[in-house]
Design a protein around this ligand. Structure first.
Ligand code: ZN
Length: 435
């Protein structure tokens, strides 16, 4: 069902944007998934409501119990990764000129808010700097190999080294008038000192000029190759291309924010999508834990006690690590796998440490990564069972669940895992061919 937040703002739609929208309308039905019912020709935003109505009717007629809940999505504008949108359009074979138009719409969009029916002055729409899911390490792993420069964006593609110029010279990017020039356009206008490629919204300050000088030094030795077209290359292994192994090297070698690394770890091809999404919410502290519910005023602050009866408050950190009941699952799991360590205090470090604790083979790491995801899933489900069903399982039973789920998840996608469940139970590393 397509649900969109009603934004009480009046977006200044220019005639060109209308032209683009009309054109996009011709193909949009074939590129947007069927479950999205809003804003697409021949689909109605009301479809969702009709379906909901039918469901209620059906339940009434058959006297079934029914629970309805309505969700409202966060404002999309702040959390969409626009460069990802651009990459998707690229993969769907939208031409570069089209992508450029769309980029311009995004970069130059302005809005004003209706206050008591009268619009305020227009302001530029700006992102909160929230990066979208996934894309980051992938974005860092690919670079643009420029041939004739007609298919590469000067500012936003990583074509001169690994960092796009818009990040390396962010100040200049803020000030440049045309943010979507291609490399070829900039080159032909002239990007040396005094070249016409540089058009700014205002005069540059001395330190900004210095920055521009630095940029020009980088550009100095660059030569376009008119006979070649631009391509993407996977920089870790330009010859054989993208590999999981290369990604692990990338993840373990670069010193960026651990949360970014760990958010990439939640996507594991043998883990059900719902579990990855659950882990994403967990690591961003967006699960409806009792303390989160109390913060939002949904439950009272007296009702935050951990369901295990340990006396602690139910924060995510408590429930999944510090709790004397739930948290002790980790040491049981470690002794099943055959390593020992202390539990790091926060969830991000915990996930990273657990996954990389064995070092060595990537297949081992992949297994540990999966196991961590199984564990948090089992803990959360047990918490919900205790809270809503009043039923309780013992620690050994929870450990059995961890073994069972990890076996199932690996078995459904891993044809090499031919061993039986019994040998998995006692010696999983042997089963995975890791000993
Ligand atoms: Zn507890």
């Amino acid at each position: 069902m397509g649900v969109t937040k009603r934004i009480d703002s009046h977006i200044n739609i220019q005639a060109e944007i209308q032209v683009l929208a009309n054109r996009l309308r011709l193909v949009i039905g074939s590129v947007i998934s069927e479950s999205q019912t809003a804003f697409v020709k021949d689909r109605q935003i009301l479809d969702g409501i009709l379906i909901a109505n039918e469901a209620v009717d059906e339940a009434r007629k058959t006297k079934k119990e029914l629970l309805l809940f309505k969700v409202d999505f966060e404002k999309a504008y702040d959390s969409v990764d626009w460069s990802y949108l651009d990459a998707v359009m690229g993969r769907m074979s939208f031409p570069v000129l089209w992508r450029k138009w769309i980029k311009e719409c995004i970069c130059t969009a302005s809005a004003s808010v209706l206050v008591n029916g009268s619009p305020t002055e227009e302001f530029r729409l700006q992102r909160d700097g929230v990066d979208g899911l996934g894309g980051r390490w992938f974005g860092e792993g690919v670079v643009r190999k420029v041939g004739d420069g007609t298919e590469s964006y000067f500012w936003t593609d990583p074509w001169l080294g690994w960092t796009p110029l818009c990040a390396r010279f962010d100040r200049l990017f803020d000030l440049v008038v045309n943010k979507s020039s291609t490399v070829a356009e900039m080159c032909s206008l002239g990007w040396d000192t005094g070249g016409e490629a540089w058009v700014w919204q205002r005069h540059l300050w001395a330190w900004e000029e210095e920055m521009l000088g630095e940029c020009q030094v980088l550009l100095h030795d660059f030569i376009l190759q008119a006979q070649l077209s631009d391509t993407w290359i996977w920089r870790l292994d330009p010859v054989s291309g993208y590999s999981v192994r290369g990604v692990y090297q990338l993840l373990t070698s670069h010193p960026s924010d651990p949360l970014d690394d760990v958010l990439d770890l939640i996507w594991h091809k043998q883990v059900p999508l719902k579990v990855s999404i659950f882990a994403w919410r967990l690591l961003r502290d967006r699960l409806p834990t009792k303390t989160n519910l109390a913060t939002r005023g949904i439950i009272t602050s007296e009702a935050q006690a951990c369901v295990a009866g340990c006396g602690g408050m139910e924060t995510a950190q408590h429930l999944f690590i510090a709790c004397s009941i739930f948290g002790s699952l980790w040491s049981s799991v470690r002794s099943w796998i055959g390593f020992s360590s202390v539990d790091p205090h926060n969830l991000t470090d915990h996930f990273l440490q657990f996954t990389f604790s064995s070092g060595g083979l990537s297949v081992r790491r992949s297994f540990l990564q999966l196991t961590w995801l199984v564990c948090v899933w089992v803990i959360w489900n047990e918490r919900n069972q205790r809270l809503f069903r009043n039923s309780e399982q013992s620690l050994p039973q929870l450990l059995d669940k961890v073994k069972l789920y990890s076996y199932w998840w690996l078995k459904t996608t891993n044809i090499n895992l031919v061993s039986n469940y019994h040998s998995w139970w006692t010696s999983h590393f042997t089963c995975l061919g890791m000993v």
